[in-house]
Design a binder for this molecule. Structure first.
Ligand code: DC
Length: 222
């Protein structure tokens, strides 16, 4: 049986940065499930499907294929054969993804795909519902979080570095809104699995979080 590590937590807690490092150290595959939801959202946006048109969203799910590949340690996301990595990280896609991902057909499609990947491959998978719903049998479960202020400041610095105009207040407001949507949706909301280890990275460096998780994994492997 493959060894699976599930990392869940709210937006901006550092899941992908941490998961990528842990994956590299353990030589595991890293799967960013948020990117899969983002790719599906890009399809809905391009097709002009509105957020309240559940019938159109359901029908569109049959026309979408999402495939992941790993190139030089970086996950690439293909939407119906097109590499969409360059289009899925905008603020608009972030907000809309949180909204489109409430629908059952969207979640069923991606959950099935994620389970298939995890069945045969040692991997570290991050998202919102990995420990609670996608991989309830994962050998290691981490719930990675940080305060809204910390997450907002990190995002603010990231955008500033890219030269994008932004306000810290706006960013914190968006983060709170996304937390609320992700935590209160009906199907597989974001929450800590009963058997997940809580890691609050507010006052920790990336290195400290990576070490903490590697230690938890090593304890399970012996
Ligand atoms: O991890 P991320 O910020 O890229 O995720 C974007 C959105 O996708 C997030 O706000 C909610 C949704 N998502 C989800 O519902 N379930 C997952 N396993 C991963 C992401």
């Amino acid at each position: 049986m493959a060894f699976n590590i599930a990392i869940d937590g709210p937006a901006g807690a550092g899941k992908s940065t941490i998961a990528k490092r842990v994956a590299k150290e353990l030589s595991y595959i890293y799967v960013d499930t948020g990117a899969m939801y983002r790719a599906m959202t890009l399809y809905f946006l391009r097709a002009g499907i509105s957020l309240d048109d559940e019938a159109a969203i359901t029908a569109a799910c049959d026309n979408i294929t999402v495939v992941l590949s790993n190139e030089n340690g970086e996950q690439q996301v293909f939407l119906n054969g097109e590499n969409v990595n360059g289009f899925i990280r905008t603020e608009e896609v972030s907000k809309m993804t949180s909204s489109f991902s409430v629908y059952a057909p969207v979640r069923q499609k991606l959950t099935q795909l994620q389970r298939e990947m995890a069945r045969t491959t040692d991997l570290i998978m991050d998202g919102r519902d990995i420990g609670t719903c996608v991989l309830p049998e994962a050998q290691v479960k981490i719930y990675l979080t940080a305060s809204v202020e910390t997450r907002g400041r990190r995002r603010f610095l990231e955008l500033q570095e890219k030269g994008e105009a932004c306000s810290l207040e706006e960013i914190c407001k968006d983060i709170k809104q996304r937390d609320y949507q992700d935590m209160t949706r009906e199907i597989s909301p974001l929450k800590q699995a009963k058997d997940a280890v809580l890691v609050d990275s507010s006052k920790m460096t990336i290195e400290e979080v990576v070490d903490r998780i590697i230690n938890i994994v090593k304890e399970k492997l012996v």
